[in-house]
Design a protein around this ligand. Structure first.
Ligand code: PDD
Length: 293
């Protein structure tokens, strides 16, 4: 059992302290960014929507031609062990699979030798300020590749696009490709326009977010108008509300895009309705889990 400063992680068959976890400099993850990852929120030690994350991991691995080194059952067991070996309640699980160690050649190595790494850290709660006043974002041209549905560890474009927001005093970037807003640098995009929730349809140009899917489910259940359709850049400036969603940030209200204030600078009524339903759903998961323990 370890604390958050010195968590126990899983690396290639072993549970060890994070500071003892090392991979070779020849790992293709290090050399080429040749690998994929998942980030999974864990409430009351219960991984949230885990099978959805494992399904997307499977798709990402398949897309880059790495054979999934573990069965779904093995993934469940390893993740459960990492969670239980660390003594903080709400955790953010990060897992990564790379093509492993091989001489530096672009050609895939002949034999499968993937590196499997799972770590955990405490889940960060959203600040009261963000929940009351929302975040500010900028728009930038989406200059990433055409395979953004793969959850690749090659995140340099995302990192650079995100940092431009930070450098301008904003918190996130909304990416625009050919006049259409696709997603954030590490989040999916929703807007409310004409009293209807809109999110771009799944395509290779954005990550199929697990949080996005849950919001779509909740909206259907609550009979809120929801359309999966393109969001034009100008729609952002006419929107009643804008949200960015991810496993670690949940549902972030956006109250300023570039210089335009959204909903008088406050999170709107649709956001309040959805965040409340989302938090109820998390609470149900927590209680189910504590009944099982
Ligand atoms: N990122 N789009 C991008 C580009 C992302 O990186 C993420 C998540 C999402 C939201 O997906 P989900 O709801 O499944 O978390 C959308 C994670 C949190 C990260 O990189 O840490």
């Amino acid at each position: 059992m370890n604390n958050s400063l010195d968590p126990i992680v899983y690396l290639n068959g072993e549970f060890i302290a994070l500071k003892e976890a090392h991979v070779s400099v020849l790992d293709r993850g290090f050399i080429f960014g040749d690998g994929v990852y998942e980030a999974i929120p864990t409430y009351a030690k219960n991984p949230f929507r885990l099978q959805h994350h494992l399904d997307r991991l499977n798709n990402s691995l398949h897309a880059i031609q790495i054979k999934n080194p573990l069965s779904s059952k093995q993934w469940h067991q390893l993740i459960e062990q990492v969670i239980q070996k660390n003594n903080f309640e709400d955790q953010s699980i990060y897992l990564q699979v790379t093509r492993g160690v091989a001489p530096r050649k672009h050609t895939f190595p002949q034999y499968d030798n993937p590196t499997v790494f799972i770590m955990t850290s405490p889940m960060e709660k959203q600040s009261l300020d963000v929940m009351e006043n929302g975040i500010h974002v900028i728009t930038l041209v989406d200059n990433r590749w055409q395979n953004c549905h793969i959850k690749s560890i090659s995140l340099l474009p995302n990192v650079l696009l995100h940092q431009q927001a930070i450098d301008k005093g904003a918190q996130e970037t909304i990416l625009v490709r050919d006049g259409e807003a696709t997603e954030g640098s590490a989040s999916n995009l929703f807007i409310v326009l004409n009293n209807c929730l809109i999110t771009p349809p799944k395509s290779p140009l954005l990550l199929p977010g697990v949080t996005r899917d849950l919001i779509v489910e909740i909206a259907h259940k609550q009979e809120i108008c929801l359309k999966e359709q393109a969001i034009h850049e100008e729609d952002l400036f006419n929107a009643q509300e804008i949200w960015l969603t991810s496993s670690t940030k949940e549902i972030l209200p956006v109250t300023k895009v570039n210089d335009k204030i959204i909903n008088h600078g406050k999170p709107g009524p649709y956001w309040h309705q959805l965040i409340s339903a989302y938090q109820d759903y998390i609470q149900e998961q927590r209680e189910n889990n504590s009944n099982e323990r």
